[in-house]
Design a protein around this ligand. Structure first.
Ligand code: 8YV
Length: 334
């Protein structure tokens, strides 16, 4: 787009790290959300009507109805976050609105959290961590108490071998897990070799053979309930599932049902189908020590969140200077 004479009006829907907000205020006519309350539908509509640039997060549902209310100035939605499934990107693009995201900078932290969930479920870390504060350790140590499962020597099946999937594979390999993966496209041979990774064209066949399944693919129409009830039933009863991607990729009800029935051993979930609402069945399973539930914390480090903000700024600045922003979402990615 051609450069504006005035500073662009940038509306940020949630509070961002201080350094990011300060820099945005220097560069743009920035409207911040000091209270950090999620913006209601009407407030979002008003922002879309006025702004040159909107900076939303995963907590803002930017659907076709809202986009229809966008004003003529809105030319860029610079999402703070990698996943853009909360934005109707197709409609935005049709209306001439560019959409960008923040890939790459949260890869390592999200992979760390995935590994943490695998360990937490297999070794009962969350359950164990509650025992001393709850004053429940009166009987002391016992040879047969709080036994979990060894992860070394087990098979990990990664669903989605993008940046985060590969970063997880590196970590898991160091923990002695063998790496298996399913992806739309097979990754280059050199990548497979460096990770000792086995490709499974058939997700069904991989699910039946691994001990840990990790979801690391984006949520798109093609991945909605990819782990359906039918597929989850293929898993071994001693296997566990972890998800740090998007809740919608797993049929959450089916997962809860299978864990309740002892047909899947447990799960570690950082994301949910109806965030911030979490199914009471999952909460009950968490209380029973069968699942570990985290409130969408995969990229929650000071470093990731600052770097994500930096990416948002670079995307806005390059766009406003009349160049293609580095992290555009292209129709082929949807
Ligand atoms: C972010 C995420 O915290 O980047 C993503 O896709 O899921 C999270 O790591 C969130 O999306 C920020 O909007």
């Amino acid at each position: 787009m051609s450069s504006l004479k005035r500073k662009p009006l940038v509306v940020v829907t949630r509070r961002l790290p201080e350094a990011v907000e300060a820099r945005m205020r220097e560069l743009f006519d920035t409207r911040l959300n000091a209270e950090d309350k999620p913006m209601e539908h009407d407030a979002l509509a008003a922002a879309l009507r006025e702004a040159d640039v909107l900076v939303p997060t995963v907590t803002d549902e930017i659907d076709a109805g809202l986009l229809a209310q966008a004003g003529p100035n809105l030319k860029l939605i610079a999402n703070f976050g990698n996943g853009v499934d909360h934005i109707d990107v197709g409609t935005a693009l049709e209306r001439g609105i560019t959409v960008t995201n923040t890939p790459g900078v949260l890869t390592e932290d999200t992979a760390d959290m995935t590994m943490a969930l695998i360990l937490a479920v297999a070794r009962r870390v969350a359950e164990g961590a509650r025992i001393i504060p709850d004053d429940d350790w009166s009987t002391g140590w016992s040879p047969t108490w709080m036994l979990g499962r060894r992860i070394t020597g087990k098979r990990l099946g990664i669903v989605g071998m993008g940046r985060i999937g590969q970063a997880l594979a590196k970590r898991a390999k160091a923990f002695g897990l063998s790496i298996h993966y399913h992806n739309r496209r097979r990754v280059p041979t050199a990548t497979e070799q460096s990770l000792d990774a086995t490709y499974w064209e058939s997700l069904d066949q991989m699910l039946a053979r691994v001990d840990v399944v990790s979801v690391n693919c984006p949520h798109t129409p093609a991945t909605y309930h990819l782990l359906s009830a039918r597929r989850l039933k293929l898993m071994k009863p001693e296997a566990i599932v972890v998800n740090t991607a998007r809740g919608e990729v797993i049929d959450e009800n089916a997962l809860a049902r299978l864990i309740e029935a002892g047909e899947i051993s447990g799960a570690g979930l950082d994301v949910f189908e109806q965030e911030p609402a979490v199914s009471p069945r999952l909460v009950k399973l968490a209380r029973a020590g069968k699942v570990v539930l985290l409130p969408h914390m995969g990229s929650a480090t000071h470093e990731s969140r600052t770097d994500m903000g930096e990416k948002v700024i670079i995307n806005i600045k390059t766009f406003m200077d009349g160049h293609r922003p580095p992290d555009r979402i292209l129709p082929s990615m949807l």
